[in-house]
Design a protein around this ligand. Structure first.
Ligand code: MG
Length: 257
């Protein structure tokens, strides 16, 4: 099942179950409050897609692929490395990532996203996937120079627009072996597989919920494979996860005011 958020002509967002390329049916409430298909089939337009999540927090995993840890000169972690992106950084498909004047090196990180279905505290690895609503595509946009300069990640990962998410939530996916890709202006930059994650999705959910409660609708960004690289003004980017779909966005300069 594909669960998408669509904007109507007045900019109001509603959740829909996507039947196919032509029709979708409205949900009575956000899917993490329970999937209830209430509407009749109606036409939909990919141009109306909005970010399919509005989480209380975005929990991210650093260095979850050995080849990516190495490309940045980092050791492979012995336990999941957690950090947060603010929900204010989220944008939807076809929106613009804005390059802030404080940074001269902003990079793409293509990632599998996990959306939580119910409150999760101290969840075991065995039970973890029963707390998953579905999966989506995330780009963990990063001001690499500021991440290095600040030591911790809040500024480098937290700018407005630094978290493109979409195009929808796919509820039927085995997250253990799917390709994660990023292309910039049609050139493939990242092409990895979740098989190479150091810590798999159940392990991540167990680790996160041993620290903080995950709420319905919360989003986990599971780390990026190797091939991260710079984004510049005018770039056209597409991040995709096999079995989910493609998340396109563009890049522009952030202008004060
Ligand atoms: Mg990342």
């Amino acid at each position: 099942m594909r669960l998408a958020c669509l904007r109507d002509a007045d900019g109001v967002r509603n959740f829909f179950s996507i039947d196919d390329d032509a029709t979708a049916r409205k949900l009575s409430r956000p899917p993490w409050e329970g999937i209830d298909v209430a509407g009749e089939p109606r036409p939909w337009d990919p141009a109306d897609l909005a970010a399919p999540v509005c989480p209380t927090k975005v929990v991210c995993i650093g260095r979850n692929y050995a080849a990516h840890a190495r490309e940045l000169g980092n050791d492979v972690p012995s336990e999941p490395l957690l950090f947060l992106k603010p929900p204010s950084s989220i944008i939807g498909p076809r929106e613009r990532v804005l390059l802030p004047p404080q940074s001269s090196r902003v990079e793409h990180e293509a990632e599998l996203g996990v959306v939580i279905s119910r409150r999760a505290t101290d969840v075991s690895r065995e039970d973890a996937l029963s707390y998953v609503l579905g999966y989506t595509v995330v780009c963990d946009v990063t001001a690499r120079d500021l991440q290095r300069k600040d030591v911790q990640f809040t500024r480098g990962k937290g700018f407005d627009t630094f978290c493109p998410v979409g195009p929808w939530i796919e509820t039927e996916l085995d997250p253990s072996r799917v390709r994660v890709r990023c292309s910039v202006n049609g050139e493939v930059r990242q092409d990895g597989t979740t098989e190479h994650m150091i810590f798999d999705v159940p392990t991540l959910i167990a680790a996160i919920t041993s620290v903080m409660t995950l709420e319905p609708g919360d989003l986990i960004a599971t780390g990026t494979p190797e091939g991260v690289g710079p984004l510049v003004d005018g770039d056209s980017v597409e991040v995709s996860v096999e079995g989910i779909g493609a998340l396109p966005f563009s890049v522009a300069l952030r202008r004060p005011g």
